[in-house]
Design a binder for this molecule. Structure first.
Ligand code: MG
Length: 218
């Protein structure tokens, strides 16, 4: 058996991290809307989160509030420090059921497959402290189907489970590699909860459900 887990919104509470990021920006006079609009600009420019771009685009609209350039630079530096401290404690945002979940399986059967296009994803995963629980950590900037085809090539004789909150990704995989057992994660705070999968074998709301399915289906 191999269990392939997604990171954001599957084992990591991305929503909570975003809320805390917003709180930091609010301390510097930004509204939640302004935070999300700067975040959107990161997505457009880098395809993913990038702290420098986030800070630059947020402060772009606030420049006229600063009489002196050095005050602007000082605030940018402070916000960057606070955000880095927040990212440093990424382990606070791992869903607690993850630690119970891993006790039930052999490390050699666990693979993390995460989407990310910037260094941020690797840093977040490293700071979250979950690396020692996995046999393999894969960060891809493409469709996960290719990675799963490779996993299937290496472990084709075993059952392969894939758990992700992204409905589109689940459906693509199920369409191309039907023998993979897919579970769509629907955490209450997950960003993709309203996007429904057409092909997922199971809809789950936490890792306890995942555990039960893997145990009985293995
Ligand atoms: Mg995800």
């Amino acid at each position: 058996m191999k269990i392939v887990l997604d990171f954001d919104d599957t084992i990591f509470n991305t929503h909570c991290l975003a809320l805390e990021s917003v709180k930091i920006f609010e301390k510097f006079g930004f509204t939640e809307k302004e935070f999300w609009s700067a975040y959107q600009k990161c997505k457009e420019q880098k395809g993913d989160f990038d702290l420098d771009i986030l800070i630059d685009s947020a402060f772009n609209s606030k420049k006229c509030n600063y009489l002196r350039e050095e005050d602007l630079l000082a605030d940018q530096k402070k916000i960057k420090e606070e955000m880095n401290i927040l990212f440093y404690r990424a382990s606070d945002f791992i869903y607690s059921d993850f630690f119970e979940f891993v006790k039930n399986f052999n490390k050699k059967d666990l693979i993390l497959l995460s989407f990310g296009t910037t260094d941020f994803q690797g840093m977040k995963i490293k700071n979250s402290g979950i690396i020692p629980y996995f046999q393999e950590i894969i960060i891809t900037n493409k469709d996960k189907t290719e990675n799963l085809k490779n996993i299937l090539k290496n472990y084709g004789s075993e059952k392969i489970f894939f758990i992700d909150d992204n409905a589109e990704q689940i459906d693509k995989i199920k369409e191309k590699i039907p023998q993979i057992i897919t579970m769509k994660m629907e955490r209450l705070q997950g960003g993709q909860i309203n996007k429904k999968s057409k092909l997922a074998d199971y809809i789950v709301k936490d890792l306890n459900e995942v555990k039960n399915i893997c145990k009985t289906g293995a």
